[in-house]
Write a protein that binds this ligand. Sequence first.
Ligand SMILES: [Zn+2]
Length: 202
Amino acid sequence: MRIASLERLQRLLTKLPGVGEKTALRYILKVLERDASLARDLGAELSALPDRIGACVRCGHLAEKTGGDLQLCAICNDTRRDPTILCVVARVPDVLAFERAGSFRGRYHVLGCLLSPLDGIGPHELGIDRILARARDEGIREVVVATPPTVDGEATALLLKREFEASGVAVTRIASGVPHGGDLEFTDPITLGRALAGRRAL
Ligand SMILES: [Zn+2]
């Protein structure tokens, strides 16, 4: 027996990481079991998400939109953060991992991708100019490169070192300890804190 609307939702859910067909079906059945308000609330929150949350106009982290306008994220807005040190990461989950670890007091820059010339991702796509402009405008003294220890991550780190060479800004790289090829996202907070504390000049 096929239930078309159930299968449609199942297909959508399997687009999420870690959700296979069985898990998707379990979620759907759970929602159906519960009060109808769960399904309605979930639907309303999900459909409003793109209008409510966007990329911070300065750093690329998640930011709440107010009145439909793009805003600064809570970290860029936090005047207690050290404005002179910038941590460059590949993706938003990396920011969340550092924030969970709680050991970084500067601000971030989310690249959104890593240098990968074969995939057509060069310095322009990485937005290197934006980082250089931030360093200039915000008085940044140190750029901590926290891209993953992969080929593309290391290439990105070297590019940043080259771009900042003449600027007087120190470029450091987080220490190893982050699993090779592994995601910062899945690195435990203590290891991540140590990697940050043990950063070295590139
Ligand atoms: Zn921000």
